[in-house]
Design a protein around this ligand. Structure first.
Ligand code: ATP
Length: 352
């Protein structure tokens, strides 16, 4: 049963359609990310959900009730923005209390809730500080506490981590996810960072030019992308160009080598197609039993610590793959000729 239902939502600014035919069903308590490049309409979807933007067409149902025409303050939604949007002249405790004061909650109840919220975000002793006395990460925690203090039905997060440095971003995203799980609050998170979306979401919706290209679990989105855009936007992908040699048998000739896919190909024999393969599916030296072995010439080798990233030429293309660092197994040398193993189940046929 869905808790939030967006049905054929559209938004047009002047003559420009920025969101088109956008439908999405979100179960209660789920953490859903809207992922896509800058300008694809993520924030506009979030703002329509919040009641800050009126849809040109379509409807928004929350908990069985049509809220499409309700004002923002009637929707019981909490929101955290990208920029630190705390009130600079209020203390941390006063910021967190803000939404409770607006609805005239009794003083004792407000104090209790603020203390609970500060405990939840791990800042129990900072209630009397002002925002300028906090780090960026602390300010975003306070913004989160302020958003959830009034017990909203839905939490909307618009790139809340993008202004923070990489390390804090990674730790704060886990904290946000842990708090969201603890409260069981249905959450929609906007990001253009694919690793962020994949790592914390129950469901990811990949958006491109105002439409939802694909929605699914992070595992589905990464391993079974339905469109070329999703395949190339999410994760690193090596693309091999070839021609269909036998459609029924799923055979493609790439740079003189016959590769077989695990499924038949819809395109006619002789058509040009692009095959994609993820870096982790290219196995150096083909040590394991693989369906095909091909020759590769090693290019740049970058030692990144736990992982070694290798660029190589194979099947007429420049590809990239990784190997785990093993102290007793030195990485290949640039310029050396190696054999790599590929498996048919790992090829993705990209629609062009
Ligand atoms: P980003 O990651 O850069 O924030 P986004 O995917 O969230 O991008 P939106 O902010 O939803 O994208 O914007 C989608 C498109 O709509 C953009 O081209 C933007 O310029 C346009 N747009 C957004 N708000 C308005 C507005 N009020 N008036 C006119 N155009 C707008």
């Amino acid at each position: 049963m869905s808790f939030i239902q967006l049905d054929r939502l559209a938004k047009q600014f002047g003559s420009t359609k920025v969101v088109n035919d956008f439908s999405l069903s979100i179960p209660k308590g789920a953490f859903v990310s809207l992922l896509g490049p800058s300008g694809c309409g993520k924030t506009t979807v979030l703002r329509m959900l919040a009641g800050l933007e009126t849809p040109t067409a379509g409807s928004i149902i929350i908990d069985g009730k049509d809220v499409t025409n309700l004002k923002a303050n009637q929707r019981q939604i909490g929101m955290v923005f990208q920029a630190y949007a705390l009130f600079p002249n209020l203390t941390v405790a006063q910021n967190v209390a803000f939404g409770l004061r607006v609805v005239n909650k009794p003083r004792a109840e407000i104090d209790k809730r603020v203390a609970e919220m500060l405990e939840l975000i791990g800042l129990p002793d900072l209630g009397t500080r002002y925002p300028f006395q906090l780090s960026g990460g602390q300010q975003q925690r306070v913004a989160l506490a302020r958003a959830i203090a009034p017990r909203p039905r839905v939490l909307l997060l618009d790139e809340p981590l993008s202004a923070l440095d990489a390390k804090i971003r990674v730790s704060l995203r886990s904290e946000i996810r842990a708090i969201q799980r603890e409260l069981g609050i249905t959450t929609v998170f906007v990001t253009h960072d694919q690793e962020e979306a994949l790592s914390i979401s129950d469901q990811v919706v990949v958006m491109y030019k105002g439409i939802a290209e694909q929605a699914g679990t992070p595992f589905e989105i990464y391993n079974a992308p339905k469109t070329k855009f999703v395949a190339t936007f999410v994760g690193t992908l090596n693309v091999l160009n070839g021609k269909v040699s036998n459609a029924a048998r799923g055979e493609v000739e790439v740079d003189g080598t016959a590769l077989t896919l695990s499924t038949p190909i819809a395109a006619a024999g002789g058509s040009s197609v692009s095959l994609a393969i993820r870096p982790e599916s290219i196995r150096l030296n083909g040590a394991e039993a693989c369906d095909t072995h091909v020759a590769a010439e090693i290019g740049e080798v970058s030692f990144l610590g736990s992982v070694i990233r290798i660029r190589a030429k194979m099947l007429g293309a420049d590809v990239e793959f990784d190997m785990f660092n093993q102290p007793d197994l030195p990485p290949p040398l640039p310029g050396s000729k190696v054999t790599v193993g590929l498996n048919r189940r790992d090829f993705l046929l990209l629609d062009t």
